[in-house]
Structure formats: C-alpha cells, structure tokens
Design a protein around this ligand. Structure first.
Ligand code: PMP
Length: 438
C-alpha cells in the first residue's frame, strides 16, 4: 500500500532521519494494543503510541464522533465566538480535576499547554501587582515540550542546548537515585530530602522573584523517574508557604496512567494548574489543555477593565470542535470502561510483578513502575559506548514489541486496556532481546 515515492520530503521529529531511511519502520494499521507494519508484522504497542493512546487504538466510537462533528460544525474562530461542544467538553473535563481546578484553557499539544500554563502564571502575578515574580523553577531531566518556555524549564540538556538564551529559570535536582532506591516498587522510600532543594533555590532567588514551580509528577521522557514518597506534598507545602504557584505537567501521568484521572489525585496533592494533552483525546486528534484554579482565573479576569480582553493569548485551534468531539468520546470510553482507575487494580499488580521479574537479567540495574508505567535501566556501558536504549528499542521492534528508548533505560506505557497475556509478551520480548544483545 506504499503511496509515497521516497522518504525524502518528511523531516522526522526527534528521529535519526538517516538511520530511519536506512531501515524504515512503517506502521500501516493500528488496532487495540497492536500496530501492523508494512511488512504485515504484528507489533505489540507497549508505549500506547507516545504515551497517549490510553484506550487502545482505532476506537470506532472516537472515529465516528470526529466524522460527525466535522460534518456538523467543523470550525469557527474561538476568538470571541463559541460553540456548544467546547463548553460541554470543558464541563466534562473538570469533573475529573482535583480541588478548584475548574477552568480550562485549550491548546493543541502538550508543548502549547505548557507555554499557556507558564504565561497564565506570569499573567496572574502581574494581575495581583507582583510583576517582580517572573522567574520559573523546573527540574533536571524534565520534559515540558519543545517550545521556548518548555525547554527553559525543561531539564534535558540535548533539548535545551544550542537555542540561545532561554527564560530566567533554575532547576531542582532530579530524584533518580539508584544507590538507595533501585528496584523500588511504586514510589521510592528514600530521598524525600531532594524536595528541600526548593528551599535553597528560594533562598538564592528570593520568593519575591519566583512565579511558579513546574514538575512532572513522574518524569516520563527523562526515564520514568518516580518521586520519593511525600516529595510532591513537600513541594506543595513549600510553594504555599512562599506564595509560589505549583504546576503539574500531567501530559503523561494524566488520564488513568497511574490509576487515577490525575497524578495529583493519586498522590493527594492539589497543584494550582495541571497541564494535560495526549490521553485527553486518546492521542487521536491533537489537543492540549491547562486546568486552572478558579482563584487564578478570577484574578486575571478582574484585573482587566470591563469589556477588554483579559488574557492576550490563544490559538487558532483552541477548543477546536473536532478535537473536543474526540475528547468527549474518549471520556465516554474512559468512564464507561473504568479505565481511569484500572491501573490501580489487579492489572497494575501484575504489571509490577512482571516488570520486576526482569531484575535477574545481569545488565539490569533498576526496574521502576507505578500504575501502568514503567522502565528498566541497564548498566552504563552494557552496550559499549552507545546508549543501550536505542539499540534495545530497534531489536525489540524486530521481536514484535514497540518500547521507548531513554538513554540507558527502556520505558513502557501500554494502553490501559492491556491484558495479562500482553504483559507476558512484553516481558518475553525483553528477555529475548537482552539475550540477543548482551
Ligand atoms: N510535557 C510532557 C510531560 C510530555 O511528556 C510531553 C510530550 N511527550 C509534552 C509536555 C509535550 O507534548 P507535545 O509533544 O504534545 O507537545
């Protein structure tokens, strides 16, 4: 079914384009937890696409909702015009958000939602007469998308270097520590003290200059790095104490990945904003969102004169009706099939036990898991001077399973519909791949 003449025109993102062209991996069809290649091979999708297809692939209900919406009302400007489905979707979304996060600002991706959240944080500080609070605190190894705000607060060196001066930010240390926390099941028991680094940064910059702290509750792209037990609560306490906003980037951890709609609920910490994308539409149509505390929203509203635009920010596709239709159909599935809490049940237990069974592979130095997310880390140098992850990803694909490479780790985030036999298939493929590679 090849419809292209060559692979030349499409500049692929975050890909070694030259390696890809030498050995293309083309997916032709998706269904449930599987992808099918142009060679007719069935591949288990142990990454839910890119941490996003939480309800499994090619769901008829979502596809039909998209088609119906495109025929009925395809597009209107979101600047000063509205449509039913945008308001309906926002209302449905906030039924799942914690605390008073009852306002939704729509974007088109995680990256855009991050930018929107950072700008809302700054707009809020200005609105309450604290324009001096403009600095942002991120964390090492964090991924917050690829736009300028996101790479500024982000902590992955490769994504930040070479783009000139970024925003005024500082970074908390990451919380990966194999000396005390290797092979933790669920949240690591040690290293809660890492949260106290925020106090040091506050001493350094002074709270009067800091607008917000942004963290992924679990760092995904950094290698599935779990927060030590109590860590996020401690960040919340410090932010509240020093009048600093706390933003959770839940682009990966949202929508059932950890066994609750959001990590915030799972870990019982209410941030001031939550950034969402990916699973919000089951990854099918691009859509990002920021869930904002009422008080932040109201302060920004009140700061503008009546009749004026309150916040000079938005996208052509903010609240795009077709994306909202996809999102509503996705929520219907999540709610009806109990997917938002499934990871906290028996399947999550099986996931944990299966991943940790890989500990006996000689080169494995850590296994990490929570809900239906996980990673296996290999020893530095296990594959010469090359990062093991990339080699492992390629070989695992040849063995019928799609995983994600992160440095010396491999990461997994299967569709939340995954069954035990699929987890067995993943574990077997990892064993086979390890036996071939090492
Ligand atoms: N934040 C996090 C935590 C992410 O994992 C991602 C994407 N992997 C993003 C933001 C950016 O999302 P997008 O690629 O949709 O821009």
């Amino acid at each position: 079914m090849k419809k292209y003449k060559s692979l030349d025109a499409f500049w692929m993102p975050f890909t070694s384009n030259r390696s890809f062209k030498a050995k293309p991996r083309i997916i032709e069809k998706t269904e449930g937890v599987y992808c099918y290649t142009d060679e007719g091979r069935q591949i288990l999708d142990a990454t839910a696409g890119l941490w996003c297809v939480n309800a499994g692939h090619s769901r008829t209900e979502i596809a039909e909702a998209i088609g119906r919406q495109a025929l009925e009302l395809d597009y209107t400007s979101p600047f000063s015009f509205g449509h039913d489905i945008g308001f309906e979707f926002a209302e449905r979304l906030i039924q799942h958000t914690p605390g008073n996060l009852n306002k939704v600002f729509f974007a088109n991706s995680g990256s855009e939602a991050v930018e929107s959240a950072l700008k809302i944080a700054l707009a809020y500080q200005v609105a309450r007469g604290k324009a001096g609070k403009y600095k942002l605190i991120g964390r090492e190894l964090a991924y917050h998308g690829v736009n300028f705000g996101g790479i500024s607060v982000g902590g992955l060196t490769a994504n930040r270097k070479g783009f000139g001066p970024l925003l005024p930010v500082d970074h908390l240390p990451h919380t990966l520590d194999l000396t005390r926390n290797a092979f933790s099941k669920g949240l690591p028991a040690h290293e809660l003290e890492k949260a106290d680094a925020l106090e040091e940064l506050i001493r350094l910059h002074d709270a009067s200059s800091i607008a917000a702290v942004i963290v992924e509750p679990i760092s995904g792209a950094g290698g599935v790095i779990l927060p030590p037990a109590g860590y996020l609560k401690r960040l919340r306490e410090l932010c509240t104490q020093h009048d600093i906003l706390l933003i959770f980037d839940e682009v990966i951890t949202g929508w059932g990945r950890l066994g609750s709609a959001f990590a915030a609920t799972e870990f019982d910490v209410v941030p001031d904003m939550i950034v969402s994308a990916k699973g919000i539409t089951n990854g099918i149509v691009p859509l990002g969102a920021v869930f904002v505390d009422d008080a932040i929203h109201d302060r920004i509203m009140e700061s503008a004169p009546a009749g004026a635009v309150e916040f000079y920010h938005g996208y052509t596709y903010s609240g795009n009706p077709v994306a909202c239709a996809a999102g509503l159909a996705t929520l219907d599935i999540y709610e009806r099939e109990g997917l938002l809490t499934r990871a906290s049940g028996e399947i999550g237990q099986y996931w944990q036990q299966s991943l940790h069974s890989l500990r006996d592979i000689e080169q494995v130095v850590d296994v990490r898991n929570y809900g239906l997310i996980g990673a296996v880390q290999f020893a530095e140098g296990a594959f010469g001077d090359k990062p093991v992850g990339a080699a492992f990803q390629g070989a695992c694909y040849d063995n019928g399973v799609m995983i994600r490479a992160v440095g010396n780790s491999i990461a997994f985030s299967p569709p939340l519909t995954i069954e035990k036999q699929h987890i067995d298939q993943l574990v077997e493929a990892i064993r086979k791949t390890a036996a071939e590679l090492f």
